[in-house]
Write a protein that binds this ligand. Structure first.
Ligand code: SF4
Length: 361
């Protein structure tokens, strides 16, 4: 993955680990401690120019300006929700690609939902991002920039407390950059967010989930399950044909046992598709196979969607059956429903208003 600026060939210092940055500064005949100074400016003080880094010698600032840069991102739109406290951000990246993030407030908890790819190749049938197809992976810097830009807009005494990888894209399909972004989020020289406050949500790439387990990161893992039989799950999530329910639950169980943390199963409830009493009983049984909790998410009806949200009494009946013996989180209606805060929806609406997606090679 290139770190060069698409137009200037300068190297982006954001997104480099401390080790990579130390190696680079020593190649430039600078002392190793400059790497920590640079990280502090980029992540703690959110500087985007070397000129702003006033504790670096003037000649070094000039040298860095000539050969390197610190990426930022451009906010195209901010859409606050009327229904709750969510704010949806649409970002434009250096090559003109667009991704979205959602900022959510819940008392002292400030969560940002980040994107990991431009579009997504997983083709889940209920998902707006899937309808766009896949354009490219984000770099670690582009993932971090979503957080840094949003944090800059918060009141000075506030900072982002939680991060969820539930925006556009399948984070484990962009494995290296996702893991790198997490390491920089959690590094004290980076954003300093505790591992336990970060959640990676996956459609179930079992092989990558096992690799993720071997990273020994103590963050949270959420499996988007959404079906209790292979037939239904494959209809909703084609990746299930490659990694069926048995295999993906085994991989999730291995993660839960290795990290000593319960996994989260996410289940989008869709009327007439996966919301029957039999589904609820099967789901309860599947949950017995691993340490886990469940997030039930009634389907967020989007324009043009071929699915419907179940009636409230149906949702509640489903929850009651599964909750018998298992931990089920309160039913989660997507935050920011009125601002299309389900992955990919804002971008779709924006493009329908006449702004077309750039071609990205
Ligand atoms: S639900 Fe997630 S993995 Fe599935 S298509 Fe949408 S963004 Fe991709």
């Amino acid at each position: 993955m290139t770190l060069q600026h698409p137009q200037t060939d300068k190297i982006n210092l954001k997104g480099l680990t401390l080790f990579e940055l130390e190696k680079l500064v020593t190649q430039w005949d600078e002392p190793e401690y400059r790497a920590k100074q640079l990280m502090s400016w980029m992540y703690h003080r959110q500087a985007e120019t070397f000129e702003a880094m006033t504790n670096l010698p003037r000649n070094l600032r000039q040298k860095l300006t000539d050969i390197a840069y610190v990426s930022g991102t451009h906010v195209l739109t901010r859409t606050p929700s009327n229904a709750d406290t969510a704010v949806k951000y649409l970002f434009e990246l250096t090559d003109g690609s667009r991704v979205e993030s959602v900022l959510m407030y819940d008392q002292d908890r400030i969560t940002v939902c980040v994107s990991s790819q431009v579009g997504c190749a997983m083709a889940c049938d209920f998902c707006a991002t899937a309808k766009m197809g896949f354009f490219r992976n984000l770099t670690a810097a582009e993932i971090l920039d979503q957080l840094i830009t949003i944090e800059r807009e918060l009141d000075t005494e506030k900072s982002v407390t939680h991060v969820v990888f539930m925006g556009m894209g399948e984070p484990l399909a962009n494995y290296d950059q996702t893991v790198k972004a997490i390491r920089l989020m959690t590094d004290a020289n980076g954003l300093g967010i505790p591992e336990a406050k970060i959640t990676v949500s996956t459609s179930g790439l079992a092989r990558r989930m096992r690799q993720f387990t071997s990273e020994r990161l103590r963050c949270n893992l959420a499996l988007s399950l959404n079906g209790t039989t292979d037939e239904t799950r494959t209809r909703l999530m084609p990746i299930n044909a490659k990694y069926p329910i048995d295999e993906v639950l085994d991989a999730t169980r291995e993660w839960a046992l290795a990290t000593q943390r319960p996994a989260t199963l996410e289940y989008v409830l869709i009327r007439g598709v996966n919301d029957s009493v039999t589904d609820a009983r099967r789901l309860r049984k599947l949950m017995g196979r691993l340490p886990c909790k469940l997030n039930l998410i009634p389907f967020n009806e989007i324009e043009g969607a071929n699915f419907r949200r179940p009636e409230l009494n149906q949702i509640e009946r489903f929850r009651r059956i599964v909750a018998d013996g298992h931990h089920v989180a309160p039913i989660r209606f997507s935050k920011g429903r009125d601002i299309a805060a389900a992955c990919g929806q804002l971008r779709t609406i924006y493009e329908k208003q006449g702004v077309m997606m750039p071609q990205v090679s």
